[in-house]
Design a protein around this ligand. Structure first.
Ligand SMILES: [Fe+2]
Ligand SMILES: [Fe+2]
Length: 401
């Protein structure tokens, strides 16, 4: 199992890597100090491989995440992240069997002395992903293709959603096929944000919201350069994150005003109930169960349910919080008007570092900014006329349920 890895051992690998990196930048790969670190890193990795065969790190600007949870920032983690980020490496993984020469090549690449693609031919035990370059203005958007697929997939999701609404067992293969459709549509280079589903009736909210969170999660994961497998599970976790709402009284969900304390208590049970429901469904990935459970815990851990001390949020839950907040704000509900793009950006930036992971929020807003005009052109209920509101007002229903 993955979670058994001792963080101080990971810190030690990062310290050794960072020391080697700093020396290479000043001198060269042949320097005695670097050559001393390489076997140490190798030894340390081999100890870790006894617990886990692959060690995967994500790079988000100047931060590193290990196995999906943020590593406490240090000089070393920051140096490694800052070295890899400009090389467009958004994640890397060391696998059991790695050789000294592969570690050396990795250090050279991180220091900017070698080309990243050399890893493909010369480092079979190092996996990596590059940030997808999605800013090419000449690249055509395959909107029609996505729209076609979207239509077909939506009817399939509708039947799935009915099963979930009735608390029936559902076929995980059916959900997986839906998400595979989304993921492959994304590979066609179309703009995923154009696929967001507008809300027709209040009763459809959880349904269309779930699809949108799945789409936005996949868009985020793709922009971070994550592998297709992870993209799939992160999308699926988005689709199922609010499954627990089927256990909340519909009247509470439809209620137009602020919720009473009692109603809030009921609403706050949906992460736990969702996780329990998904646990009872065969084949649902653990990531989706964890995301259903954690998606309201907030980045500063002040949300619900109250996490045990030392609890670390999964990266997928944090992505889901970002997608969830965006979709909640942009949608018209009985108790609020839809927000326009600048208002959403403003609030999400305010929430970054408190409710939302700041790095993921910035990445997400950049993603939206590139497509913002198209979103507005597409008429996704964004309104420039929304009345002003205080953060306090928001903290209750808009982004917390
Ligand atoms: Fe929720
Ligand atoms: Fe949600």
């Amino acid at each position: 199992m993955k979670s058994t890895i001792e963080r101080n051992q990971i810190d030690e690998v990062l310290r050794l890597l960072s020391t080697a990196l700093a020396t290479v930048k000043l001198y060269s790969i042949d320097h005695e100090q670097v050559q001393l670190q390489i076997p140490r890193i190798h030894k340390c990795l081999n100890v870790l491989f006894k617990q886990q065969q692959e060690l995967t790190f994500m790079v988000v600007k100047k931060e590193l995440l290990f196995d999906g949870t943020p590593i406490e920032q240090s000089l070393h983690s920051e140096r490694i992240a800052r070295s890899l980020y400009p090389r467009n490496i958004s994640f890397f993984g060391f696998c059991q069997g790695i050789g000294l020469d592969e570690i050396q090549l990795f250090i050279e690449i991180a220091s900017g002395n070698q080309e990243v693609h050399l890893l493909d031919s010369s480092a079979p035990h190092i996996n990596y992903g590059e940030v997808d370059v999605k800013d090419d203005p000449d690249r055509p958007l395959a909107i029609t293709r996505f729209a076609d697929l979207n239509h077909e997939e939506i009817s399939s999701i509708e039947s799935l959603y009915n099963k979930i609404s009735n608390k029936d067992n559902f076929e995980i293969n059916q959900v997986a096929a839906i998400i595979s459709g989304f993921v492959s549509a994304f590979q066609q280079e179309c703009n995923p944000l154009l696929a967001l589903v507008p809300l027709k009736t209040e009763d459809e909210y959880t349904f269309s919201h779930s699809i949108n969170v799945a789409i936005l999660n996949i868009a985020q994961a793709k922009s971070l350069g994550l592998s297709a497998d992870l993209l799939h599970d992160i999308g699926l976790a988005g689709l199922l994150h609010d499954a627990g709402k089927i256990f909340v009284d519909k009247e509470i969900i439809r209620q137009p005003g602020q919720l009473t304390d009692e109603e809030w208590r009921e609403m706050k049970k949906h992460p736990m109930r969702g996780a329990q429901y998904l646990m009872g469904q065969e084949g649902v990935p653990q990531l989706a169960i964890l995301t259903a459970f954690e998606h309201h815990m907030r980045y500063d851990m002040q949300g619900y349910p109250t996490p045990p001390p030392g609890w670390k949020l999964n990266i997928c839950s944090q992505m889901t919080m970002v997608s969830d907040t965006f979709d909640a704000l942009r949608t018209r509900r009985t108790y609020k008007e839809p927000w326009d793009f600048p208002q959403i950006c403003g609030l999400m930036l305010k929430l970054a570092g408190k409710q939302l992971n700041p790095h993921l929020t910035l990445n997400f807003l950049k993603l939206l900014k590139d497509s913002g005009d198209e979103i507005i052109d597409n008429g996704l209920e964004l309104s420039a006329q929304a009345p002003s509101r205080s953060e306090e007002e928001l903290s209750k229903r808009h982004v917390c349920e």
